[in-house]
Design a protein around this ligand. Structure first.
Ligand code: KMH
Ligand code: ZN
Length: 272
């Protein structure tokens, strides 16, 4: 089994400080959480930007400041969101890709998202893939529902995403694919050989999905974007705390943790 790549998703677009006062939203707060998460064992950071009032933004200036502050202290792989927040236009969502980060997410279809709809038409997906490729950015294919794997395979057939793509299965979003062992096994077998995958379990599903990925040979995403709690009724104190727990589980199970440089090799990124 390869070494374990841990992605930290420190902020997201939907979470608030009212839900967890430790949520990092300013560039300084995000960089501080990412630095601690990197020291704990994270090798990728999945970034979302926020305005000063805490609302979500895809403004490249905000992303630039976050990236610069992260880069001051670590070699963690930078992955920007192109999902942004519900209701944003695709032109808004693509903005941080123009900074040419190492990676960007690419959502592989439309799904219910709580009481909202997260829209990614085939034209949207081709638009995101085109600009991601233009900037030499490596996509991470976000799969929220089973049918999205088929959409990704269409993009692959058209040469719009790599044949050895990296997938992230986001399981447990209300309205999309539930987080279960059966669903994770199904998805991990549905992607072509040579592809890699990670799982992001939402809320209370984060930890069991992470533990499954560790033993199945997949990779793991944790962080406040997906889950604000350490245990039932106990808010997490930091993103690093969530990363450190995955590291401990992996170590107990004999799975080594990938450094950012090792993760770059595993994902076919250029060395930093
Ligand atoms: N905020 C969600 C609507 C991504 O970052 O690529 C979409 C999302 C996916 O978070
Ligand atoms: Zn995201």
């Amino acid at each position: 089994m390869s070494k374990l790549i841990i992605t930290v998703a420190p902020t997201g677009a939907e979470t608030t400080k009212e839900q967890n006062p430790h949520l990092p939203v300013t560039p300084g707060e995000i960089a501080e959480h990412v630095h601690a998460a990197w020291r704990a064992g994270a090798s990728i950071v999945h970034i979302h930007g926020r305005r000063l009032d805490g609302s979500p933004t895809q403004d490249a200036t905000v992303y630039k400041e976050i990236i610069e502050r992260i880069r001051e202290k670590s070699d963690i792989i930078i992955q920007v969101s192109t999902g942004g927040a519900i209701g944003m236009t695709r032109d808004e969502r693509i903005a941080p890709v123009r900074l040419s980060p190492e990676m960007a997410t690419l959502s592989a279809g439309t799904c219910n998202f709580g009481t909202d709809i997260f829209i990614n038409t085939s034209s949207d997906m081709e638009f995101f893939a085109g600009i991601i490729n233009e900037h030499g950015v490596v996509p991470e294919i976000e799969v929220f529902d089973a049918g999205m794997v088929a959409n990704a395979l269409v993009l692959m057939k058209k040469g719009l995403i790599p044949s050895k793509a990296h997938f992230d299965f986001v399981l447990g979003v209300p309205g999309a694919m539930p987080a279960s062992a059966e669903n994770l096994v199904y998805l991990s077998r549905a992607i072509p050989p040579g592809c890699t995958w990670s799982v992001a379990g939402i809320g209370r599903h984060e930890l069991p999905m992470a533990a499954l990925a560790v033993v199945m040979g997949g990779h793991v995403r944790v962080g406040f974007e997906d889950n604000l709690y350490y245990a039932k009724g106990v808010p997490a104190e930091s993103n690093a705390q969530l990363v450190a727990r995955v590291v401990r589980i992996a170590q107990e199970l004999g799975r080594e943790i990938a450094t950012p440089q090792e993760a770059r090799t595993l994902l076919g990124l250029k060395p930093a």
